[in-house]
Design a protein around this ligand. Structure first.
Ligand SMILES: Cc1cc2nc3c(=O)[nH]c(=O)nc-3n(C[C@H](O)[C@H](O)[C@H](O)COP(=O)(O)O)c2cc1C
Length: 222
């Protein structure tokens, strides 16, 4: 083992035989910190395929990330994030969604102009556009519920890999269609920008900015 210091955390280089993965249960807490920290710093070494985070830590570590390092996302990690979206549940298993992945800088620059609240996606390593049919009434409502599940599943998968995600709505549909090339009758419902966070690694947030548990949760009746 070789040790080095990254942000006051001692990170151990663990060399595994090619293709090998450590069994989840064998990780003591320090290893989880070390692996997550390593992945935050590029995640490109290939020594470990992914950081190990349990479900709760992954959920509590996800946050809206709007600034990204210039590190690209390894293809296998991007594919895993997309696969997480593909596996999402949907009403009657309709799966009425398509995912358009953009990593070209010119495309990202243009896509970041779909509305002022999406400008930061220009610096993402990749952005996934969630495309859905233009629908109305109940169908539109169901589509949004389905898309929300696919979106969250992708963001959770990203978090588990130490990859930051940030979502933005898409206002200028004409521009989005020009950049993404989706057919008429479709629309871009949401953009999920991905990349390694600039500010700090993803780790469980102790006090999230949320309404109080007792205010939100009603047991039995309201
Ligand atoms: C449907 C949806 C649309 C959003 N659109 C934007 C957006 O256009 N621009 C943006 O900066 N943040 C956007 N956000 C991010 C929210 O502002 C953010 O998730 C919220 O403030 C909670 O912060 P957290 O994700 O860090 O917990 C969106 C979130 C959701 C769920």
């Amino acid at each position: 083992m070789v040790a080095m210091e990254i942000e006051h955390i001692r990170v151990f280089e663990i060399r595994l035989p090619q293709g090998a993965e450590l069994p989840m249960h064998s990780h003591p807490p320090w290893a989880i910190v070390a692996i997550n920290s390593w992945c935050r710093h590029g995640g490109q070494s290939g020594w470990l395929r992914s950081p190990i985070m349990d479900a709760w830590d992954t959920i509590t570590s996800r946050r809206q990330v709007r600034s990204f390092t210039s590190d690209p996302i390894p293809k296998r990690d991007l594919d895993r994030i997309l696969e997480a979206g593909r596996r999402a549940p949907s009403s009657r298993n309709g799966q009425r969604w398509d995912f358009v992945v953009v990593s070209d800088k010119g495309q990202l620059d243009r896509l970041s102009q779909v509305w002022q609240g999406a400008s930061w996606i220009a610096a993402s390593a990749a952005t996934i556009a969630l495309v859905v049919s233009q629908a109305e009434g109940d169908e539109a409502l169901i589509d949004r519920l389905d898309l929300g599940q696919a979106a969250m599943q992708m963001m959770i998968a990203a978090t588990g890999l130490g990859i930051g995600s940030g979502q933005a709505v898409c206002r200028d549909q004409a521009l989005a269609q020009e950049v993404l090339g989706f057919p008429d009758g479709k629309q871009c419902a949401l953009l999920i920008a991905l990349g390694y966070p600039v500010d700090r690694p993803l780790k469980p947030i102790q006090n999230p900015s949320r309404r109080d548990f007792d205010e939100v949760v009603h047991f039995g009746t309201w």
